[in-house]
Design a protein around this ligand. Structure first.
Ligand code: C2E
Ligand code: MG
Ligand code: MG
Length: 765
C-alpha cells in the first residue's frame, strides 16, 4: 500500500513539473510577444524572462534535493513509528516471542516469554535459545528445523522445551527468518505457544504422555520415537544396543515393604541406570519394574558387554530404602544393531526375548540376543508353512493302536495316532512335528482333522460290526480354543450312528493346561455332549493328583516310562501299582501304555491293571490293517492263567520281592560281563529281597512251609554272589561265569518256591 502511494506521489511530481514547464513556456512566449508588440525597447522583458527561467530551474532542483527527501523521511518516520507501535502491541501478546540476531543470539523477549519460561529478560538476552532445550529432541530434529527455516524462511512445529524450573513442556513454535535489503537474514523471530494446558485438557499431558511420572524417565512412546530417530540416520559402522531390564523379585519388595518402598526402589533404579550410562544414551521406563536403554554409538559387542556387566552389578548392590537394606537384582537382555538388523520394534522384541532367557536362566544376569537362533526361528516359520501345506493337501493320516483287556482277552478300543505321509521325507512320526504344531495356530485345524477322520473311521468300523471306542489325542491349545466344543459337535453330526460315548478324548497332564477351572468348564461341556476323557501320560506331570481329583476323566493312562522299566526297577513297579490303586480308589479306569513284552502284561494283571496298550499287543497301524489284526489276535496264555488269581493288596510285596530278586541276579550278570561296576548288595539281610524276607515276609508268612523253604535258598544265593565277586577280584572270569550258572539255578528254585507261596496266598476265581 505504502509503495503504491509512493508511486502516485512520484507521478504527480512529474506531472506538476510538466504543467509548470509548459505554463512557464506559454507565459514566456506571451511575455515576449507582448513586449515585442508594445514595448520593444523595455528592459523589463529580459528581467522577467530571466526570473521565470530562474524559477523554472531552481524549483525542481530544490524540490528534488530538499523537499522530496524531507517529505519521504517524514513519511517513513511516521510509518516506522506506526510499525513500532504495532510491534510493541504484538510483543505484548499472550504468545511468547523471542527475537534473535542472525547468529541466533537473543535480542529481545516479551513478557509472555518471561512468564512461560521462568527466565527474566536479562537472563536470556545475550544467550542462545539452547538455554531452553529439553534434551528430548536429537540432532536430526534440529537439523530438519533449520533446513526448513533456511529454505522456506519459516518453521512450524511442536517442541518440548524446558522451563527454568526444569519442567519440560510442549509448545507450538513458529520461527521466521527476517531478511534485509540484500536478502540476507538479519533476525529470527520466534513465537511460542505453551500447549501443555491444551494437552492436559486433551488428557494427553505431554510429560505424562511421554514420561514416566514416577521416575521422570522417558516412557515407552518417547523411547520408541528415540530409537526410530536413531535408526533413521544412516551412520556407517555405528553400533547400537537396545537393552531390556526387568527387576528380579520386585513384586516381593512391594508385597513385603509396601508400594511406597517399591516406588523408592524404582526411583533409585532409574538413578543407577542413568549413572551407569552416558548422556547420549536413552534410559526409559516401560512400566512396572521394566526399564529399557538405548546405548548409542558403541564401539562393539565387547563395549556392550562391559556396560551390561556394569548395569547388572550396579543393580545388584544392596539398596538402602527408609533405613532398610533391600536386595534386588535384574535380568537383562540386549540386542546389538546392526548385527541384529531389525527395525525399532524388532530390536525391542529381541531384547525382550533375551531378557526372558536371562530370567529363566537364573536371573541376575544378562543375555545377548542370538541372531543365529533367530534364523532358526525363521526356519520354524517355514516348517509351519509346510505343515499347513501338508494339511491342505491331505498328507496327514491316522494310524490306530489297539487297546486291550488282557484279562478278558478282548480288544476294547483304538488310539488314533497321527502320521505325516510326506512326499519328500516319507512317514514322519508325531514327535517330530506335533510339539511344533501344539505351539502354533495349527493346533486347532489339525485337531479338527483328527476328530473328523477318527469319527469317520469309527462309523466305518460300526458298519463292519465292530464296536470299539476310539481315543483321540487333544492338544491343550485346541482344548482351550473357543470352538472346541463346536468342533466335537460338527465331527459327530456327520455320523449320527456314532454314539458320543464311543469317543474318548486324551488330554495330557501338562503345564499347558494352566487355567484348570477353565479346563474343567470345557470338559464338562464336552461331557454333556457325551464324550469321555482320559488323562494321558499320567504320572509325568507335576500335578497328576490334582488333575486326577478335579478333572472329569473316566480313564487314567499310566505313562509308558513307568511301565517299560517296571521289570528292572522295583520303584517303577511300586509307582505303577500305586497309580493303579489310586485309579481304583477314585473309581477311574486305568490303562498301561508301553507294554512291550508279555511278562510286563502279566505283572500288570497281577497288580490290578488289566487294560493295556503297547508293542507286545500291536504297533500302531493304518486303519485298513486293523480288522485283519483283530481277527488273528489272541491274548498270551500266561495272562489268562494269572488272571484267574486274585491278589490282595497286602500280598503284593511278595510279587515285588520276587521281581527284585530277578533284578539282583541280572545285575550280577552285568558285573561279570563287565557291563557295570556296581556290585549288588552282598549282605542277604540288606538286599531288597532280604529286607522283605526278614521283615514283612516273615511277619506275614513266617508259619508257612513254602516261605521257610525260601530262606536257605536265598542265603545260598548270597554265598554264591560273594564267591563270584571274589573270583572277579582275582580276575578269574571263567570261574565267575560258571558260578553264574549256579546262581541261575538258585534263582529258578527260589522263584518256583515264591510261586508256590503265591498260590497259597491268592485265591482263584
Ligand atoms: P501318546 O498319546 O502317549 O501315544 C502313545 C505313543 O506311544 C505313540 O507314539 C505310540 O506309537 C507309542 N507306543 C505305543 N506302544 C508303545 C510301546 O510299547 N513302546 C514304545 N516305546 N512306544 C509305544 P506316537 O504315535 O509316535 O505318538 C507320540 C505322541 O504324539 C503321542 O503320545 C501323542 O502325545 C502325540 N500324538 C499322536 N497323535 C496325535 C494327534 O492326533 N493329536 C495330538 N494332539 N497328539 C498326537
Ligand atoms: Mg495318547
Ligand atoms: Mg501317552
Amino acid at each position: 500500500m505504502a509503495k503504491e502511494k509512493h508511486v502516485i506521489s512520484k507521478h504527480s511530481a512529474w506531472y506538476f513539473f510538466g504543467v509548470l514547464a509548459v505554463s512557464i513556456f506559454i507565459a514566456e512566449t506571451l511575455i515576449m510577444l507582448f513586449f515585442a508588440q508594445f514595448l520593444p525597447h523595455s528592459k523589463l522583458a529580459s528581467a522577467l524572462l530571466d526570473s521565470t527561467l530562474l524559477i523554472t530551474v531552481t524549483f525542481p532542483v530544490l524540490y528534488l534535493t530538499v523537499f522530496r527527501p524531507l517529505s519521504i523521511y517524514i513519511a517513513e518516520n511516521k510509518r516506522a513509528e506506526t510499525d513500532l507501535s504495532i510491534a510493541a502491541v504484538a510483543f505484548q501478546s499472550r504468545e511468547s516471542m523471542m527475537i534473535t540476531d542472525a547468529n541466533n543470539v537473543i535480542l529481545r523477549v516479551n513478557q509472555a516469554f518471561v512468564e512461560s519460561t521462568g527466565y527474566s529478560a536479562e537472563e536470556v538476552i545475550g544467550q542462545t535459545p539452547k538455554i531452553l532445550k529439553s534434551g528430548l529432541h536429537n540432532a536430526s530434529f534440529y537439523a530438519a528445523m533449520w533446513d526448513s527455516i533456511n529454505q522456506n524462511g519459516v518453521w512450524q512445529g511442536e517442541i518440548l522445551d524446558k522451563r527454568k524450573n526444569g519442567e519440560i513442556y510442549p509448545k507450538q513454535v513458529t520461527i521466521t527468518a527476517v531478511r534485509g535489503k540484500n536478502n540476507e537474514v538479519t533476525h529470527y523471530v520466534g513465537m511460542h505457544t505453551d500447549i501443555s494446558m491444551l494437552k492436559k485438557i486433551k488428557g494427553d499431558v505431554t510429560r505424562a504422555g511421554l514420561h514416566d511420572p514416577l521416575t521422570g524417565l522417558p516412557n515407552r512412546l518417547l523411547f520408541s520415537e528415540r530409537i526410530h530417530n536413531a535408526l533413521a540416520i544412516d551412520i556407517p559402522y555405528r553400533i547400537l544396543s537396545v537393552v531390556m531390564i526387568d527387576l528380579d523379585n520386585f513384586k516381593q519388595i512391594n508385597d513385603t515393604h509396601g508400594h511406597e518402598a517399591g516406588d523408592k526402589v524404582l526411583i533409585e533404579v532409574a538413578r543407577l541406570l542413568k549413572e551407569a550410562t552416558r548422556d547420549t544414551d536413552v534410559v526409559a521406563r516401560l512400566g512396572g519394574d521394566e526399564f529399557v536403554i538405548l546405548l548409542n554409538e558403541l564401539t562393539g559387542a565387547e563395549a556392550c558387554e562391559q556396560t551390561l556387566e556394569r548395569l547388572r552389578d550396579s543393580l545388584a548392590a544392596p539398596y538402602s530404602i527408609d533405613g532398610l537394606t533391600l536386595n534386588l537384582s535384574a535380568s537383562i537382555g540386549a540386542t546389538l544393531y546392526p548385527d541384529d538388523n531389525s527395525d525399532a520394534d524388532g530390536l525391542l522384541r529381541h531384547a525382550d526375548e533375551a531378557m526372558y532367557l536371562a530370567k529363566h536362566g537364573g536371573k541376575n544376569r544378562y543375555v545377548i540376543f542370538d541372531t543365529s537362533a533367530a534364523a532358526k526361528r525363521i526356519s520354524l516359520q517355514q516348517k509351519l508353512a509346510s505343515l499347513q501345506h501338508a494339511l491342505n493337501s491331505n498328507q496327514f493320516q491316522l494310524y490306530y493302536q489297539p487297546q486291550v483287556d488282557m484279562q478278558a482277552g478282548k480288544v476294547i478300543g483304538m488310539e488314533a495316532l497321527i502320521r505325516w505321509q510326506s512326499p519328500v521325507h516319507g512317514l514322519i512320526l508325531p514327535n517330530e512335528f506335533m510339539p511344533l504344531v501344539e505351539n502354533s495356530e495349527l493346533a486347532a485345524p489339525i485337531g479338527r482333522f483328527v476328530m473328523k477322520s477318527a469319527v469317520a473311521q469309527l462309523a466305518e468300523w460300526l458298519k463292519l460290526g465292530v464296536n470299539w471306542r476310539v481315543s483321540i489325542n487333544i492338544s491343550p491349545r485346541h482344548l482351550e480354543d473357543p470352538n472346541f466344543i463346536d468342533d466335537i459337535k460338527i465331527a459327530l453330526s456327520r455320523h449320527p450312528e456314532v454314539s458320543p460315548s464311543m469317543i474318548e478324548l486324551e488330554i495330557v497332564e501338562s503345564a499347558a493346561l494352566e487355567d484348570i477351572e477353565k479346563v474343567i468348564r470345557i470338559m464338562q461341556a464336552a461331557r454333556e455332549i457325551g464324550v469321555h476323557f482320559a488323562l494321558d501320560d499320567f504320572g509325568t506331570g507335576h500335578a497328576s493328583l490334582t488333575y486326577l481329583r478335579r478333572l472329569p476323566v473316566r480313564t487314567l493312562k499310566i505313562d509308558q516310562s513307568f511301565v517299560r522299566d517296571m521289570l528292572d526297577d522295583p520303584s517303577d513297579l511300586v509307582m505303577v501299582e500305586g497309580m493303579t490303586s489310586l485309579a481304583h480308589t477314585f473309581d477311574r479306569e486305568v490303562i498301561a501304555e508301553g507294554v512291550e513284552n508279555l511278562q510286563l502284561g502279566a505283572l500288570l494283571i497281577q497288580i490290578g491293571c488289566r487294560f493295556a496298550q503297547g508293542y507286545a499287543i500291536a504297533h500302531p497301524m493304518p486303519a485298513d490293517d486293523v480288522i485283519k489284526w483283530s481277527k488273528q489276535w489272541h491274548p498270551a496264555p500266561a495272562w489268562t492263567q494269572i488272571s484267574q488269581r486274585r491278589w490282595r493288596r497286602d500280598d503284593l510285596p511278595l510279587l515285588f520281592a520276587a521281581l527284585s530278586h530277578r533284578i539282583w541276579v541280572s545285575n550280577m550278570q552285568k558285573l561279570v560281563d563287565g557291563n557295570s561296576t556296581i556290585v549288588p548288595e552282598l549282605d542277604h539281610h540288606l538286599c531288597r529281597f532280604g529286607r522283605w524276607q526278614y521283615g514283612l515276609g516273615f511277619k506275614r508268612y513266617g508259619e508257612y512251609a513254602e516261605f521257610l523253604e525260601i530262606v536257605p535258598i536265598h542265603t545260598e544265593v548270597h554265598k554264591t554272589g560273594h564267591r563270584i565277586v571274589e573270583l572277579l577280584k582275582l580276575k578269574q572270569l571263567e570261574d565267575a561265569q560258571n558260578e553264574m550258572h549256579k546262581l541261575y539255578d538258585l534263582r529258578e528254585l527260589l522263584i518256583a518256591k515264591m510261586d508256590l507261596l503265591a498260590e497259597r496266598v491268592t485265591t482263584t476265581d
